[in-house]
Design a protein around this ligand. Structure first.
Ligand code: PYC
Length: 334
């Protein structure tokens, strides 16, 4: 491979990193972003590892690459790269990537203030507000989200038996609500939540093997994220979470796909109605505004169309080299 140089723009969405690869990414083959995601994973995963893992990245690192859309009516396609792999959909990644794309002039939307974006999980519609050259906020209307299973049980060696639900919001989430063996995220450190998550995610995917597969795209499967609930910090917030992803990450943002999954769970349980605002607070206290935009169905499941609104700030322009003469060219994890 020799030496490859990637021009990147770094930002954070409500505290969680977003690294957009502006130049240096490969062309991908496929009819849609789901097929292009498979091509990338097969041939170019070294780019993801090099840009996301240490020493060029870190446990929370997350990024994206823009591609031309497959359909003329859409503005762009996006590939999400992350420490865990290539996510089908990423909410904080979308908010950060769109903020970068607009502020840096990387895309020119067909209609000012509106973007149609192809993701591996499906079409995401976006609106944003700009003041002078700055994007104030980005709102995404996400893919159909649904509650897939409720009141499942798993054993956690430190906490004991836990009840959890599984909900889809662009990724499959195990959602652990407050219960006798888990009193809420306010009572635990990030390191403890990471430890519990690593153990239960593996056990869930063993015990409930082949149970969580997207009804329309079999490449989207298994519980990849764990959402732990807890007491809010702000009285204005509806709920708070700590979302575990990758191998050692707790999302610093309220997590867009996690918020979508959470709203689908609440909607199915009658705790949220169409049109209700759902202010979701992250582990560090940053907030997204979620909303149930519509009720729908997804191959036999009752589903919702959720929206998420949040903000991002650009903090760096980076020229990153991945050179085969570097023993850590393709990154490492400890
Ligand atoms: O915002 O959807 C999200 C997300 C997924 C993993 C980290 N953040």
């Amino acid at each position: 491979m020799g030496k490859s140089v990637f021009q990147c723009i770094d930002a954070h969405t409500c505290g969680n990193p977003v690294r957009v690869v502006k130049t240096g990414a490969p062309e991908l083959i496929g009819k849609n972003m789901s097929e292009k995601r498979q091509h990338f994973l097969k041939e170019y995963d070294w780019i993801r590892r090099g840009l996301m893992f240490e020493p060029r990245g870190h446990d929370m690192m997350s990024g994206s690459i823009f591609y031309p859309p497959s359909h003329i009516e859409n503005d762009l396609g996006i590939l999400f790269i992350e420490t865990s792999g290539c996510l089908p959909m990423c909410g904080h990644g979308t908010i950060g990537a769109i903020t970068i794309a607009i502020e840096e002039g990387l895309i020119v939307p067909k209609i000012e203030g509106k973007i149609r974006m192809e993701t591996p999980a499906g079409l995401v519609r976006i609106t944003y507000q700009k003041t002078n050259s700055k994007v104030d906020w980005v709102k995404l209307t996400n893919v159909k989200s649904y509650l897939a299973a409720t009141e499942l049980k798993i054993d956690c060696s430190e906490l004991g038996e836990l009840l959890f639900d599984v909900s889809y919001g662009g990724n499959f989430y195990a959602i652990v609500d407050e219960q006798p063996n888990f009193t809420g995220i306010q009572d635990f450190s990030a390191n403890a939540l990471i430890r519990f998550s690593q153990e239960i995610r593996e056990k869930i995917n063993q015990k409930y093997q082949d149970m969580f597969i997207h009804p329309k795209d079999k490449t989207i499967r298994d519980v990849t994220h764990v959402l732990w609930a807890g007491r809010t910090i702000s009285t204005a917030a509806t709920a708070r979470n700590a979302v575990f992803y990758g191998d050692k990450a707790i999302d610093r943002s309220p997590c867009g796909t996690g918020t979508s999954a959470r709203m689908a769970q609440w909607f199915a349980k009658g705790k949220l109605k169409k049109g209700d605002a759902f202010i979701h607070e992250s582990f560090i206290g940053s907030q997204f505004i979620g909303r149930v935009e519509d009720e729908t169905t997804l191959v036999g499941f009752n589903a919702i169309v959720p929206s998420i609104q949040g903000w991002a700030r650009i903090y760096g322009h980076n020229s990153i080299t991945i050179d085969d003469d570097d023993p850590y060219a393709h990154g490492f994890q400890v």
